[in-house]
Design a protein around this ligand. Sequence first.
Ligand SMILES: NC(=O)c1ccc[n+]([C@@H]2O[C@H](COP(=O)([O-])OP(=O)(O)OC[C@H]3O[C@@H](n4cnc5c(N)ncnc54)[C@H](OP(=O)(O)O)[C@@H]3O)[C@@H](O)[C@H]2O)c1
Length: 361
Amino acid sequence: MSAVLTTEAAVASNPLASPAIAAVLLGTGVVGGAFLKLLNTPAAASIRLVGAANSRRQQTQAEHLADRALREKLKSHGDVRNDAALLAALDAHDAAVKVVIDATACGTLASRHSEWLARGYHVVTANKSLAGGDLPGWRTLQAALASGGRYGDSATVGAGLPVISTLRRLRHCGDALLTLEGVFSGSLSYLFNQYDGSQPFSALLRRARELGYTEPDPRCDLSGEDVARKLLILARCAGFALRPDEVEVESLVPESLRGVDVETFLARLEELDEPLAARFAEAKARGGSLRFLARLNQRGRARVGLVEVPANHPATRLYGTDNQFALSTTRYNTQPLVIQGPGAGPEVTAQALLGDVLALA
Ligand SMILES: NC(=O)c1ccc[n+]([C@@H]2O[C@H](COP(=O)([O-])OP(=O)(O)OC[C@H]3O[C@@H](n4cnc5c(N)ncnc54)[C@H](OP(=O)(O)O)[C@@H]3O)[C@@H](O)[C@H]2O)c1
């Protein structure tokens, strides 16, 4: 038997031992809720939750944080939101590692990540707003990272599929990205994997929404903006410090439906059908299919939009809501390195957060 007891085993064998990692969780929605469930598993024994918050309320008291109904209770009970009180709870803990976990989509919170890193906290995030946002914000993040804090961002692209880590590893080894291409959105993957002209696109979209594959307002997916943010994150990891306006984005939302409220949009979904049916018919006549692809080439040209692909294209071999990332590099130049699999969903995304948190210790 090993004479060295790991921190995790020490905490599991002695619940009074101080855990190695103190954590504050921001966001208790779909992903944050799944993360709270993972915190109750043995794998997370080295993590002590010292604060949790939704957009309106927060909790820092140990007995409430340990309550399995914390997520539900935060909806009606708890202190008023105040970042300073959450950070004070981290400061008060004697854990060696202190981390803020951002499971929101809130731009204001993301804009504080750099400040938290500079103050000595680590940050683990599913929130893409900073790393996939404007260039000055991203540069501030890089500068803050120089102070020694770590930024866990595996959940921001591909829900933890090993694409960001692979890009960083290749770059670290002196390899250079030549092209990156793929399907970065689970909802758009599903829609175009299924769309075969036998039913209107609007019917398929309604079904995808019912299954929870799209955002409540499907324009968030169809606009391509979320895919563009992911492409920016990957491009920047590969050494292309692109501005958002350098990514050409094709939105699938017609102009006439961009300014209307969600209910009106959902009532007029059929307006999407004709243009997409025409593009599908043209592609099919040439033996091709439609896929919503993100693309980056070695000159840093970045585009997100609908593409007609030939029958032997890797993106035609996707299932369900799978994501796909095909990387050609100076060393992977005969065949691309392809990373593919479930790239969305609360459990795998929460697991990506957990993996990043555990890696801090
Ligand atoms: N769902 C997925 O499969 C998936 C996959 C990969 C990445 N992501 C990313 O993960 C993040 C969370 O997604 P989700 O699906 O969990 O969203 P969600 O269900 O809408 O939950 C968002 C949570 O953030 C909270 N929130 C908003 N502003 C806040 C603030 N200022 N302080 C504290 N909490 C705040 C919300 O509070 P209220 O409850 O009070 O509104 C809610 O609890 C997003 O950035 C998303 O892009 C999601």
